[in-house]
Design a protein. Structure first.
Length: 179
């Protein structure tokens, strides 16, 4: 795919992300303090860096599993069609689950994933999302923990991509087309 030229303007610094992730990890550790083992379910691929940082700050016994859902293709517009491309490896029945998502935008991806996971009857299931675009929400889905509310702009970095690029940025920035 040919890409229109663009630059990335910093929106959230690496330092601000690290501080926020540490604060979220404290809250999550307190919330799940009584669990024998928390299953952290990362939604690929956008949450992979967040998960790596978050689990290292959790003061809990933790298992990590992954699921891949897709709604975007390579475009910057969301679609209501959500496909499960890869399911969890492990069972979550009667277990404590933390679903970790990169961005909640319209909310359709998260809603769909939570519906599927609920049919497996976890004991408790909560959501942590790094970014939230409240102005775009088309469903009533909620994340218990949110890193940052952001405006309705297309963002990249810290695991999040534009057409598979820029996941390796340490900060989060907005995409600005230069022509
Ligand atoms: P939703 O179903 O509209 O809530 O879309 C959520 C998914 O779309 C997220 O998990 C992201 O993978 C992707 N997404 C939403 N906004 C952005 C963005 O600004 N940049 C990159 N990906 C995004
Ligand atoms: Mg995603």
């Amino acid at each position: 795919m040919t890409q229109k030229p663009y630059t990335v303007d910093e929106l959230i610094s690496a330092k601000a992300i690290a501080a926020r992730v540490e604060a979220l990890a404290k809250e999550i550790s307190t919330h799940f303090a009584d669990t024998d083992k928390l299953i952290v379910v990362g939604l690929l691929r956008g949450s992979f860096i967040l998960i790596a940082d978050l689990v290292r700050k959790l003061d809990l016994p933790v298992e990590v599993d992954f699921m891949e859902a897709s709604s975007y293709g390579n475009a910057t517009e969301s679609s209501r069609e959500v496909r499960i491309l890869q399911d969890l490896r492990g069972e979550i029945g009667n277990r404590d689950v933390l679903v970790v998502e990169d961005i909640v935008d319209t909310g359709y991806t998260l809603k769909h994933v939570l519906e599927i996971l609920s049919t497996r009857h976890p004991r408790r299931m909560e959501v942590c999302a790094l970014l939230n675009k409240p102005s775009r929400r088309g469903t009533d889905v909620q994340a218990k923990w949110i890193g940052f509310d952001i405006p309705d702009k297309f963002v990249v970095g810290y695991g999040i991509d534009y057409a598979q690029r820029n996941r390796n940025l340490s900060h989060i920035g907005t995409v600005r087309f230069t022509e």
